[in-house]
Ligand binder design. Sequence first.
Ligand code: SF4
Ligand code: SF4
Length: 292
Amino acid sequence: MEDRWDILYRGPLSSCNYACGYCPFAKTRNTIAELRDDAEKLVRFIDWIECQAPREIGVLFTPWGEALIHRAYQQALLRLGSMPHVRRAAIQTNLAGNLKWLEDADRETLALWCTFHPTETKVEKFAAKIRQLRRLGIRHSVGTVGVKEHFPVITELRGLLPDDTYLWVNAIKKHPRYYGDEHVEFLSRIDPHFPVNLRNHLSQGKACRAGHTSFTVDGDGHARRCHFIDRSFGNIHDVDFAEKLRPRSCPNAVCRCHIGYANLAELKLDRIYGEGLLERIPASFNASAGSS
Ligand code: SF4
Ligand code: SF4
């Protein structure tokens, strides 16, 4: 993947139509002026992506809040899909918004990372949205947070999804003994890759793609190696930006999230996820299933 950059973009948008109790992000309401500023920054980022041809690019939007209900992000994804050098354009979403705009999406490029939040929507309603994605032939992963009180509804969701749709589970890690063996067994039956997420990966000094072929960008173009390292190593609009990317090792003690440890060389997760690494779809699962 030397000649491909995988870029995580997170602009200033911070509002969300949901209010999940476990949300690590601020539950804010953006003003119209703030949304306009976010949209302008987004367009500038997409313009920059356009100028990177012929280098292969993958983009994953990881907003603080829910972005896909905003037309600016729908337009950004459609635009990225029209660029031949963009191999993947994906976004994390709660899937609450209208999906009609996806009819115009490039099926090869676009992918959705869909998270089910049991306190905010009904499982049948969420599963119906997934069926809509399958009918449209849109690549998607489905996931949820492994809250113990939600195990019954997680079972229900698994039952409503087609067998070949991947359902990932994010482990709760704040309390080291939150899960007993039986909980880990249950969640590992739901998500065969749950044990990988459950671990805090010891990463200090280990080779990581972050800062070389993967990096994260904010609304002002500042680039950081990943979401878990605060220091910026440059700005994408600098003329010598590409020269600042190089192989590096991780300075942090541990790496906890898929969007981070997916880059950790020793885990070799590209062998499991293949082309679906960015949007979290293992190669052994059906990515879009346009016919069901
Ligand atoms: S949908 Fe996501 S961003 Fe919105 S409140 Fe829930 S966890 Fe937070
Ligand atoms: S291992 Fe994780 S925290 Fe360390 S540089 Fe890579 S992505 Fe960042």
